[in-house]
Design a protein around this ligand. Structure first.
Ligand code: PXG
Length: 296
């Protein structure tokens, strides 16, 4: 293996420095495409089938026909990881509308471009930082409606989230809670959100325009298995800031405690008991071959 990581583009493998797509690709010109962020833990791609299902659902929603079967796509992900010798990786799967002209008519585009990038997994947060928790603002940018550019489609258009992220950065916070158009809690810019009140775990429903997170679904299942009551229900900003515990979930973030929201300290200002229990169980389960596809 050479020094450079290889990137899969339409069935070929290119060294990272030469992995490129045309500036006429509508993924670049219009954000016209879909993607997935996936993790491999100790040689097992966590929830790969679920990520592939979601990718194909997103593609269906934007009438983009992926030129590979789901099994071929899984094979391509596994092969890319093998060629790069990666056991703990972050995987970015991107399917764009393809090369077209400068008008936005998707019928002018040729074949979709399929790209698989794999990188060694970064440790985003140390153990201490994880326990200390993150701070959130409540963004003035509302989550796009379910009948608009909803985050239910994991599309290449993330401006809705990026505007909220910029607001968080400018306020010195780690991230932002985004509300739906009615004012109910939806999610953060790139994670789903949960709260704990009186021992009951709650998270907003898909009607708030959230991305139905794979980590979210896994954590809901895990929590129920551990005997906790888990509700999917509308949450007001008031309920969130007065909750006993708040945490977020996502492929990159895994499970992260939230200890401050809009200047209010959550619970006693550090990771709560139920959050810590879920983090501990998640750390074990994400490596379990039963929860993913084995690469080696
Ligand atoms: N909501 C939104 C808007 C997201 O983009 C999640 C929730 C969490 O979903 P999963 O399936 O990952 O549990 C996402 C995730 C990353 C990363 O590195 C994640 C996303 C986008 C970019 C990077 O974790 N989306």
């Amino acid at each position: 293996m050479s020094g450079e990581l290889l990137v899969y583009i339409n069935g070929e493998y290119y060294p990272k420095s030469r992995a490129a797509i045309s500036v006429y690709d509508h993924g670049f010109l219009y954000g016209d495409g879909v993607f997935e962020g996936i993790r491999e833990y100790d040689g097992v791609v966590f929830m790969l089938r679920e990520h592939i299902d979601r990718l194909y659902d997103s593609a269906k929603a934007i009438m983009l026909e992926i030129p590979l079967t789901k099994d071929e796509m899984i094979g391509a992900v596994v092969e890319t990881l093998r060629r790069n010798g990666l056991r703990d990786a972050y995987i970015r799967l991107v399917v764009t509308r393809g090369v077209g002209d400068l008008g936005l008519d998707p019928r002018k585009c040729g074949k979709p471009n399929v790209i698989i990038i794999t990188e060694p997994a970064l440790t985003l947060y140390s153990r201490e930082a994880k326990i200390r928790g993150i701070s959130l603002i409540i963004s003035s940018v509302r989550r796009d409606r379910v009948d608009a550019t909803t985050h239910q489609v994991k599309s290449l258009n993330y401006l809705n989230s990026i505007l909220a992220k910029l607001e968080a950065i400018n306020a010195g916070a780690d991230d932002a809670v985004m509300l739906d158009d009615r004012g109910f809690v939806a999610e953060t810019t790139s994670t789903n959100i949960f709260m704990v009140r009186d021992g009951v775990i709650a998270t907003p429903p898909p009607t708030t325009g959230i991305l139905p997170g794979i980590t979210r679904a896994f954590v809901m299942r895990l929590a129920r298995k551990l005997g906790y009551q888990v509700e999917e229900r509308e949450i007001t900003p008031f309920e969130l800031i007065t909750a006993d515990e708040v945490f977020v979930t996502g492929t990159g973030a895994e499970i992260l405690p939230v200890t401050k929201i809009a200047g209010r300290i959550i619970g006693d200002g550090k990771a709560g008991k139920i959050t810590l229990k879920l983090m501990e169980e998640f750390e074990k389960e994400c490596k379990n071959p039963a929860n993913g596809v084995k690469v080696y």
